[in-house]
Design a protein around this ligand. Sequence first.
Ligand code: AMP
Length: 299
Amino acid sequence: MSLVVVGSVAFDDVETRYGRRNPVLGGSAAYFSVVASNFTAVNMVAVVGDDFPDEHVDFFKSRSIDIRGLERKPGKTFFWSGKYADDFSTRTTLATHLNVFADFDPVLPESYRSPDFLFLANIHPALQLKVLNMVEGKPFVAGDTMNLWIDAEPVLLKELISRVDLLTINDEEVRLLTGEFNLIKAGRMIQEMGPKYLILKKGEHGALLFLEDSLFFTPAIPLEGFVDPTGAGDSFAGGFMGHLARKGTVDAQTLKEAMFYGAVVASFTVEDYSLERHRTVDYAQIEERFQQLVDFTTL
Ligand code: AMP
């Protein structure tokens, strides 16, 4: 089944208690695509500047990622920099330079127009809606967002939310969006806005899947080698959607399995900066950690 992602590809400058790295490959579409490509072929739609090295493009190509939708424009690649508190309880964005992303006008190549699965990664909701309007057929659509858009574009964001099948959002964002502190009530409020399913990400405290009339929970995998949480959410989404796309179904059992795969692949991402850890992880290691997660959570 075909999978399309639209989002950012970036240079990141990241500082955690374990050190600083810059410039490193980042962006929502980069994390999602590299991780999802462990499960299925991925079609990427994003934009980079003429400073984007061939080395990163070659990395995408080496991962069965179709980059016909990766536009290269004159100018600089999107740049984001962030710093984590020593206890990782907060992340401060130090700089966001949109650069070529400022007038990104996503165009889906003809061959991507009728996907079975579509992930609208975190970008301006107007662009997410534009892509949604371009798509033909009836794909399973999942969307992500961030506090920036909840504050700056609430009307467009609510329109987007009303049109996706699944929304991924973190605890802080869902409280901001609904004004409700209790996460279960807040999640149900989002479902009333349209999405049949919701993934509520709680960082190191795991993730909750809201199904139609039940909940499913996956913990985050306990790690000794945790280094940098950047991209964990997009990686989770990549594992989740990658598994759905390879199975070609969205029944409750497959959605629950996808939650575990999301937790597994995100656990690899956070063991190094950027996408470095995924250069060495193979599929057998993903299955091994999946089994560990089953063992961790089964009586
Ligand atoms: P996450 O840690 O899952 O929130 O994702 C972090 C990634 O999001 C980084 O690699 C950034 O390059 C990217 N990012 C940060 N801010 C934005 C933004 N405003 N639009 C698109 N991508 C962003």
